[in-house]
Each structure stands twice: as C-alpha cells, then as structure tokens.
Design a protein. Structure first.
Length: 132
C-alpha cells in the first residue's frame, strides 16, 4: 500500500489495486507452498518501493545502496525477477530527460551503483554454464 500511496491516482483505484493483490489466495498461499514465487514478489515490491523513494528523495546514497542490494537479492531468489533491472533504469530515466536539478553524472553514478553489482554477480553465476 506504500507504493500505491506514492502514486498520483484516485483513492478508489488504490483500494481496488490493493484489494486485488491482497485477496488473490492463489497468488499468496499456493505460490508460497509450492515455490519461491511469493518471496520473489515481495523482493520485486521492495525494489519498486526503494526506487520510488530514491527518485523522490533525489537519489540519496543509502537508498541507492539499499536498492542495489535488494535487486541482487530479488534476482537470486528467482530468475524471473529480472524485471527489476529495466524497472530500475526506467525509474531513473525521467531524471535524465528533464530538468530535475540533479547533475547527470550523479544520476549515471547512481544507476551504475544500482545495476552493475547485480549484472556482475549474474555474469559470474552464468559464466560456468558457457564453459565446456
């Protein structure tokens, strides 16, 4: 609900979205019973929340580092959480495109801190699959 609270949508839309997520028993209970899908959903939601807060607070380094750790965790929980990589890049894109008052070098540095550790760890874990 914290993510929905930070978006400029009506209260009815927030309530419908929140109820949809909370009251889908298959998504909550069955996925937690049979696989790690529930944990990956939580990890992606944490990444979305941290990205929103980091952009709103103008990229403070503690949030950037937390987002980087959360992205690494989300990807290693389940590989289908790769969606957090383009999501993080898309969250920082408006800061590059408009006059946000932030230096582009700070935005690029924050984006590098967020994405490069996850990409490096993924590269190290994928490399053995490609060696004979």
């Amino acid at each position: 609900y914290l993510i929905l609270g930070s978006l400029p949508i009506s209260e009815f839309s927030k309530l419908v979205a929140f109820a949809t997520v909370c009251f889908l028993p298959r998504a909550i209970y069955m996925s937690a019973i049979h696989s790690n899908d529930g944990l990956s959903y939580l990890a992606v939601a944490i990444c979305v929340y941290l990205a929103i807060i980091a952009v709103q607070k103008r990229l403070p380094w503690p949030f950037i580092l937390s987002l980087s750790v959360a992205i690494c965790f989300a990807i290693y929980v389940k590989y289908t959480a790769f969606v957090v990589l383009p999501m993080a890049a898309a969250a920082f894109a408006p800061l590059l495109l408009n006059k946000s008052g932030l230096a582009r070098s700070k935005v690029f540095a924050a984006l590098a801190v967020v994405l490069l550790p996850a990409l490096a760890l993924l590269g190290m874990s994928i490399y053995p699959n490609f060696t004979p």
